[in-house]
Design a protein around this ligand. Sequence first.
Ligand code: CTP
Ligand code: MG
Length: 241
Amino acid sequence: MNASPGEEQAGRTAAIVPAAGRGERLGPGAPKALRTLGGIPMLVHAVRALASSRVIDLVVVAAPEESLDAVTAMLGEHSFAADVTVVAGGDTRQDSVARALISLPADIDIVLVHDAARPLVPEQVVTAVVAAVSAGHPAVVPALPIVDTVKEVDEEELVVCTVDRDRLRAVQTPQGFDRTVLQRAHAESDLGMTDDAGLVEALGIPVLVVPGHEEALKVTRPFDLIVAEAIVARRRASGVL
Ligand code: CTP
Ligand code: MG
């Protein structure tokens, strides 16, 4: 049974970090999660951001199968304010999340899913998501309004219409879920989705949006690395990192 909004849940919180992608859009080099920002692997930044929020008890990383040992050893070189385990990821993001999900201990009630590709998510985004799930929302996503004008086009790149952007949101991670809901969504949906909330939506379960943050940007292309490096440099200059 899900708690209704307002009803507090007891139990522990885990964060799954899908980090098994190849980072093809970033270009040649190490797997994306192992590429560095300010000399520190993106995956370490991401795990640190989750653990230092103090609202996460356990972080489960889904690593590329062939770099399982390397990732485990690399994470072992750092200390985190939460337990950290590593499992082998799958062929798609959804598979990687599913593999981590089945490895969770029984006493976990709330599960966050956070992309290693969003290494710099600010603590307040993590705590806001956990707070909303704890308050009884079965699924919670951080998101930002869209700043660009959005147009739909046809196959010939001719504009079909201009979309009303007021009700559009660009969705980020961590996404937070009641554990039972996320497990059901993964078990019952055979849709290929780019996020976990999409699977929950397909079940007709409401998904709440809370404010995201620009610094929770997803590192996808080389330009994003430049922005992320600048954020790290600014945080260091102000003594935050
Ligand atoms: N991911 C994963 N397992 C996969 C594919 C992706 O765990 N089989 C993870 C990535 O490591 C990343 C997150 O899902 O943290 C979001 O994916 P994306 O930004 O697309 O990263 P990549 O798949 O690595 O990049 P690309 O699509 O450019 O290859
Ligand atoms: Mg990908």
